[in-house]
Design a protein around this ligand. Structure first.
Ligand code: SF4
Ligand code: SF4
Ligand code: FES
Length: 265
């Protein structure tokens, strides 16, 4: 018999005080619930229990319940987190646990937000540029050449880093010019790719990161790194090296001379 709907409650269970945001694009507010919690549960379990027992139409997006699909992103007590990876045991039993939708993106309903901003930004990053001299099946890379950027491939696209970044969190007006940490990291990854031929094909990823994707807005506060559920060191390993390479490129005397000659022509 499912715990929380009927039958004996395990002796380790307790009642928690949840405050959940309900509403839609027109507006909404926090609603209070007292809900059963059992040993080993995560916040997503509690949200599911609310759906099953008290709020059948509560909207929440989830899929894997294993921290891998990136769809259950929300804010718990104001901090961007995955609902399925936040254990109830990290809270005191007497805590009021507030669950709200991601703040940087428009609400669809309840805990579900429209994250299409991120898909638009993804489309703006030019994809891997295949080297002209190699055909399919001929790509060869050494582990030591891909080691640095392999970390970035762990990204599950939960967009918690995008949500927490102060550049867009409270500044809707910055969204047009700023790709956000996830996609600046993608540019860094491609720039480190040993076979990426963008530069040979006339695309300088470092300069476009600065000029077109808003790298200069990032003031390396590391908030994105702090909320990443995959533990990716976004700032230290992607954004700062990309900034350094962009600055090297800008102040490289040979590049400066080349640009000057091109401008004269
Ligand atoms: S380090 Fe940069 S990208 Fe990350 S949260 Fe801070 S400003 Fe945003
Ligand atoms: S970098 Fe981390 S926080 Fe950002 S989208 Fe990927 S997994 Fe989520
Ligand atoms: S449900 Fe997939 S990451 Fe939480």
């Amino acid at each position: 018999m499912e715990s929380g709907t009927s039958g004996e409650r395990p002796s380790t269970s307790y009642d928690a005080h949840f405050r959940v945001w309900r509403g839609d694009a027109e507006g909404g507010g926090l609603e209070d619930f007292t809900v059963e919690v059992n040993e080993g549960e995560v916040v997503l379990d509690i949200i599911h229990r609310l759906q099953a027992t008290q709020a059948g139409d509560l909207a929440v997006r989830w899929n894997c319940k294993a921290g891998k699909c990136g769809s259950c992103s929300a804010e718990i007590n104001g901090r961007p987190r995955l609902l399925c990876m936040t254990r109830m045991s990290v809270f005191e039993r007497t805590d009021v646990i507030t669950v709200t939708p991601l703040r940087a993106f428009p609400v669809v309903r309840d805990l579900v937000t429209d994250v299409s901003f991120n898909y638009e930004k993804a489309r703006e990053v030019p994809s891997f540029a295949a080297p002209a001299e190699l055909g399919p099946g001929e790509y060869r890379m050494q582990q030591e050449d891909v080691g640095r950027s392999q970390e970035f491939r762990k990204c599950i696209e939960c967009f918690l880093c995008q949500d927490t970044c102060h550049v867009v969190r409270d500044h809707e007006e910055n969204k047009a010019a700023f790709a956000g940490p996830r996609f600046l990291m993608r540019i860094a990854e491609l720039d480190m790719h040993p076979l990426d031929a963008a530069e040979e094909q006339g695309l300088d990823r470092k300069t476009t990161a600065q000029d077109e994707h808003g790298l200069g807005y990032c003031n390396i506060t590391k908030c994105c790194t702090e909320v990443c559920p995959e533990g990716i060191k976004i700032t230290d390993n992607a954004l700062i090296p990309l900034k350094e390479r962009a600055a090297d490129r800008k102040y490289d005397p040979l590049v400066w001379l080349g640009n000057k000659i091109r401008r004269r022509e």
